[in-house]
Design a protein around this ligand. Structure first.
Ligand code: GDP
Ligand code: MG
Length: 439
């Protein structure tokens, strides 16, 4: 998406205003991005509708950078939709806290039970007891026991001929005796949702109301995730979601779908098979990931914070009337400087990592400093009318600014090129809605 969306943004960048048609065009790109990220269609529709309404509103129309403003709205709404930041775990006022892990087979329940126990001990200073309540999958008990050993945490298990409900009942007693303040129950999954499983989960639930029921979902499941989440939520009732396997190349659209269908928060994300690969969920990061925007938002926010809007408007006016002088050029340069080192800015652009030779293209502050010095060495007449800068003037400017004649030549040429480009752009804009090719 990033590139296509960026293309659309570029197209309307030069405009002072956007109209409904522009917004529509951008929404098409956003819709495409969401579908590509495997977000549920119904969810996409509702979302686009909501964002469109906001985007044709006043703020955007008046904004200097309407395209970016629209994207900001898209991202904000996505972030809102996935819930703000919040405490990831609700603990019981009277221990032990009971956390139940549910989900389909292979989603990552057992692995995540280990990871979560690790987080509970390390970050929350708790003393968890892991309970092996999956008696169906061969070696499921062993799997949890191995993880327990690896983490040096106790695992409660009985024979596979004992019912999961009985196992959990006894585990709760043991937790009390041994003063475990958290009980983590790893339950069985099925390849598909089935009645028996749901009944069993309900029975376990009935023993002692769990403080959290976490649905573990494989992020790669995409569209299906919605049905899974809906079924588990209806049958068992969930309090939160843990999205696993986000270390893969999925864009994570499942996060958005699950959240909007169940209205249950995503609490953690699994980022690998290792026991330390569980992270707290950050809606904002997820929004960027779903949109496939890399760090483009950071760039946009930076630009909004530093570029003086009035100045830019003034410049735009000068572009149009072609009264743009070297003084303005200098002004623009210092605006860019405020953004930070240019090569850093370039790196944030999507697709920039694909541009060959970017790592060698170090444009540093020194270079901008040189340009500044050259322009400052010019007389007001020269700055307004660079045509008059002949060979002897060039020599004088070079000397005055401590640079070479070649450098002065290069700058004047750059300025010339820029003016030519502006002339073309404004010419086109006046001719109507002709498509223009931007660099
Ligand atoms: P369960 O059937 O729900 O208990 O799933 P398991 O915990 O046995 O996990 C199934 C597979 O997924 C195992 O091979 C795990 O190592 C793997 N897995 C679980 N979570 C993650 C994750 O966040 N990233 C990756 N790459 N693999 C994971
Ligand atoms: Mg398991």
């Amino acid at each position: 998406l990033a590139e296509r969306l960026q293309g659309t943004i570029n197209k309307i960048k030069g405009k002072g205003k956007v109209n409904e048609q522009d917004v529509k065009e951008m929404m098409r790109e956003v819709r495409f991005a969401l579908i590509e990220a495997d977000v549920n269609l119904k969810v996409v529709k509702t979302f686009i509708k909501k964002v469109s309404e906001r985007a044709v509103g006043q703020d955007v129309m008046k904004s200097l950078t309407p395209g970016q403003q629209v994207i900001k709205i898209v991202k904000d709404e996505l972030t809102n939709l996935m819930g703000g930041e919040q405490s990831p775990i609700k603990f019981a006022t009277k221990p032990p806290t009971v956390i139940m892990m549910v989900g389909l087979q292979g989603a990552g329940k057992t692995t995540t039970t280990g990871k979560l126990a690790n987080v509970l001990r390390k970050k929350y200073n708790r003393k968890p007891l892991l309970v092996a309540a999956d008696v169906y999958r061969p070696a499921a008990v062993q799997q949890l026991q191995t993880l327990g050993k690896q983490l040096s945490l106790p695992v409660f298990a009985l024979g596979t001929d004992i019912s999961p409900v009985e196992i959990v009942r006894q585990a709760l007693e043991k937790a009390k005796e041994e003063h475990h303040d958290v009980v983590l129950v790893d339950t069985a999954g099925r390849l598909h949702i089935d009645e028996n499983l749901m009944q069993e989960l309900k029975d376990i639930r009935g023993l002692k109301e769990p403080d959290e029921v976490f649905l573990v979902v494989d992020a790669m499941t995409g569209q299906d995730a919605v049905n899974v989440a809906e079924s588990f939520n209806e049958a068992v009732g969930i309090t939160g979601v843990i999205l696993t396997k986000l270390d893969g190349d999925t864009r994570g659209g499942a996060a958005l779908s699950i959240r909007s269908v169940t209205e249950k928060p995503i609490k953690f994300v699994g980022m690998g098979e290792k026991m330390d690969a569980l992270e707290q969920f950050h809606p904002e990061r997820m929004a960027s990931r779903i949109l496939g925007m890399g760090d483009v938002m950071t760039l946009i926010e930076k630009a909004q914070a530093t570029v003086d809007e009035d100045k830019a408007r003034e410049l735009e006016e000068k572009f149009k009337t072609q009264s743009f002088t070297l003084d303005d050029f200098l002004d623009q340069m210092s605006q860019v400087k405020k953004l930070g080192p240019l090569d850093e800015i370039l790196k944030m652009l999507p697709g920039a990592n694909k541009i060959k030779g970017l790592e060698n293209a170090k444009i540093d502050d020194k270079q901008i400093g040189h340009i500044e010095a050259i322009i400052l060495s010019m007389t007001p007449a020269e700055k307004t009318n660079p045509e008059i800068i002949n060979a002897s003037r060039r020599k004088r400017i070079a000397k005055g600014s401590g640079s070479s004649v070649q450098e002065v030549n290069r700058l004047i040429k750059q300025f010339d090129d820029m003016k030519k480009m502006m002339k073309q752009m404004t010419g086109m804009a006046q001719k109507g809605k002709k498509k223009m090719k931007l660099p």
